[in-house]
Design a binder for this molecule. Structure first.
Ligand code: GP9
Ligand code: MN
Length: 621
């Protein structure tokens, strides 16, 4: 018997090999997974293995051959079915299956109608190996060893599966730091941890949020409603409705921080256009981003809902099935055609799903743009052609419309083409910071052309145009270089002030001025809706209209830092804005509670999906 053990392959290896190879073939033939380097190619190759080894390994514990065979056939079929379901889904949606999506009945209805068209005759080949396996189990050919596996071998096998898993995870972490905590994109997840592990991860995310949701009930809302009522800042009489009926164009300006505005590098202006445009707009020079790990998507979330994003993960991913009262929805109710425009993979940040929850009527994604190698750099389509083509889409839209546009060129690592370089790089040890100025300058040029196109198309005079920076571009890893640029040390105080992002609202017929109120992205929703003449007093918002006389100077960051009129709370210290030095902590104490209450209420709304219990008609305000 010992001899036979050496000369033939174990049943386990056969099954594992079959499933592994099949999964890999499916990756290559049925999904469009972009591979940029050898490490990514290697990760893709090994990523199905750990899970398949684990689940097939369980068959070693079966006492009877019959039981084991049935188990193997069952798992083989289950995994194949899962893969095949993804293949069909991908043909239709160009995306991988997610739990919330399966539960979103409206999506499913879409799928149901034409799903039959997505089946192809040659799909039977996806199941071919199962037939071979069934034959092997039946015929028991000599080259396969059907004997029970000794305990020692079993241990070694599971150790190897675990080692494979950690090797896979380790390599993915090198390739994509924070992959699991930030959950950027399904394609990236599948590419790195593999389709099976991805589904497990997705189920964990889903069950966590379902459990929290199931435990919540409407009674939790009372405190939050009271808070939101008391916090409501009534609109400014002169400005309420000044832009009634106008289109709303909101541009999320990628990674743009406020320090570049009205500032120079090598003696040249960094944002000549925005500096000018700010003069013609309501310009908020004490406006902060409040994003967490969800970056751009967190900024979108804040602006749409006047709620904070989460402290961990991206709410666009974790709670896309929630009920929201978004700005897009409110505008749609008021006759607006609401849409988002972004020439990137539509599933990035789970936008394709989340935008539906937020009530956007249309998402102009990469497929709606003519993107090619010549008009792309860094993360994808360049801002200039993106804006050009977006204006073409706008011309065709029903009016009035609400369009949200997301730029992309000024994104880390800030790579650019020589032809798009309008100013010189900075000189410091940080290539990232050095290049940043060049790409910010490019985006500024793109904005200039965009406004020019809007004027030429006649849309300008009928539109409110809003620009906001989504989040920082230069992280604290570049403090030394940043200190060199600013000519001072980047203390926790300075670092907090660097979280200011530009925010400007251009309204036809309204003269530009600087508004120095302290606020953040959470305040955008009421500010804009009031300008368009739409009341928000019945909405559950945590932000305040920045133009209201009652607006309180406060910006709470997602990590607990905050800024008031005179103080900055950071690094557990209270900093005096005038001296830029720590002062008596008592000055910050009155705001500490408000800051944590706001974040806490926001989390409770999201984790409990409390807006499903919210009835605006019963709101008192
Ligand atoms: C990608 C864009 C950039 O679609 O939103 O993402 P970011 O990394 O800035 O969140
Ligand atoms: Mn961004």
């Amino acid at each position: 018997m010992k001899g036979t053990l050496r000369n033939n392959v174990s049943l386990i290896s056969v099954v594992v090999l079959f499933l592994w190879i099949k999964t890999y073939i499916i990756y290559q033939t049925s999904f469009n997974i972009e591979i940029e380097n050898t490490l990514q190619a290697f990760i893709l190759f090994i990523n199905p293995l750990s899970f398949i080894m684990l689940i097939i390994g369980i068959s070693m514990f079966f006492r009877s051959d019959k039981g084991r065979n049935r188990y193997l056939m069952f798992i083989g079929f289950l995994l194949t079915f899962l893969l095949y379901a993804n293949v069909v889904f991908y043909r239709f949606f160009n995306d991988f299956i997610t739990m919330p999506l399966l539960f979103q009945t409206s999506n499913f209805a879409d799928l149901g109608n034409s799903v039959t068209e997505e089946f192809k005759w040659y799909d039977v080949f996806y199941f071919a190996d199962l037939v071979v396996l069934a034959v092997i189990l039946k015929v028991k050919p000599k080259f396969v060893n059907f004997h029970t596996v000794p305990k020692m071998h079993r241990r070694a096998y599971f150790l190897a599966a675990a080692a494979m898993f950690f090797l896979n995870l380790g390599l993915s972490e090198i390739e994509r730091p924070q992959l699991l905590t930030r959950t950027f994109d399904r394609e990236m997840l599948v590419k790195n941890i593999g389709t099976f592990n991805y589904h497990i991860y997705d189920v964990i995310l889903q069950s966590k949020s379902s459990a929290q949701r199931a435990l919540a009930d409407g009674s939790e809302l009372a405190d939050i409603e009271n808070y939101s009522d008391a916090n409501y800042a009534k609109p400014n009489d002169q400005l309420f409705g000044v832009a009634k009926g106008k289109n709303l164009i909101v541009v999320s300006v990628e990674s743009t921080q406020e320090f570049v505005i009205n500032n120079k590098v090598n003696g040249q202006e960094i944002t000549p256009f925005m500096n000018q445009f700010a003069k013609e707009s309501l310009y908020f020079n004490n406006f902060y981003h409040q994003t967490g790990q969800g970056k751009t998507s967190d900024a979108e979330f804040l602006i749409e809902n006047s709620l904070y994003p989460l402290s961990r993960g991206a709410v666009f991913f974790t709670h896309s099935g929630n009920e929201f009262n978004s700005m897009a929805e409110r505008l749609h109710e008021n006759g607006y055609y609401s849409n988002a425009m972004h020439a990137n993979n539509k599933s990035f940040w789970n936008r394709d799903i989340m935008y539906k929850s937020l009530g956007y009527e249309r998402f102009y994604e990469v497929g709606d743009y003519d993107v090619n190698e010549d008009n792309s750099v860094n993360w994808g389509m360049k801002d200039i052609p993106f804006f050009e083509q977006s204006v073409q889409h706008m011309k065709e839209m029903p009016k009035p419309f609400y369009s949200k546009l997301l730029t992309l060129t000024n994104h880390h690592p800030f790579y650019y083409d020589e032809e798009d370089k309008f100013i010189d790089e900075f000189t410091s040890k940080s290539g990232t910071l050095n290049r940043y100025f060049v790409t910010v300058r490019y985006t500024d040029e793109a904005l200039k052309k965009f406004i020019g196109d809007l004027k030429a198309s006649g849309l300008y005079e009928n539109s409110v145009i809003v620009l906001y920076g989504d989040h920082y571009g230069i992280s604290e890893n570049h403090n030394e270089a940043m200190g060199q640029y600013l000519g001072k040390e980047v203390t926790p105080f300075v670092s907090t002030q660097l979280q200011k992002v530009p925010f400007m609202i251009h309204i036809p017929g309204v003269k530009g001025r600087v508004i120095d109120k302290v606020g953040g992205q959470v305040d955008v929703r009421p500010t804009l809706l009031h300008l368009l003449g739409i009341q928000t007093k019945d909405d559950l918002e945590l932000g305040q209209d920045l133009l209201s006389e009652d607006h309180e100077d406060l910006a709470v960051f997602r990590d607990g830092r905050f800024v008031t009129k005179d103080y900055v709370y950071a690094d557990n210290k209270c900093w005096d804005k005038a001296t830029e030095q720590p002062t008596d902590k008592n000055y910050c104490v009155p705001y500490m509670e408000k800051a944590s209450t706001e974040l806490n209420y926001s989390d409770r709304i999201i984790y409990g999906d409390l807006l499903r219990f919210y009835d605006p008609d019963s709101a008192k305000k």
